[in-house]
Design a protein around this ligand. Sequence first.
Ligand code: ZN
Ligand code: ZN
Length: 132
Amino acid sequence: MHKGSCLCGAVEYEITGALGPIVFCHCSRCRKANGTAYAAVSPVADANFRFVKGEEMLRDYRNAAGVHRIFCGNCGSPIIGRRENAPETVRVRIGTLDTPVEAKVSAHIFVGSKADWDEIHDDAPQYEEWPS
Ligand SMILES: [Zn+2]
Ligand SMILES: [Zn+2]
């Protein structure tokens, strides 16, 4: 069981079962959405994810490709992403977790478009875009 929350505390969620592999996405869209060098994301089965508080506070930004970025409408914390072509999975922004995570990053994706000032200093595999 994992628990997480947004910066202001209005939104809380729970995950039953294990997290999926942790991926750092360096693409320009994740950088914009998070204001950071990359998004730290773990895929979780939709059936194992639920909001326990503040669901009415959430905002949903959908892009033209059918990717939804769901964030707290009060403080702006990114909480999950959803893809319309993969509705069985939510992609949790694991910086919002409040419970310990033992796993480390398993892959860097979209390294081909990472920020110039972003240097990767671990041995996890790097992919230009999606892993093949
Ligand atoms: Zn919030
Ligand atoms: Zn990305």
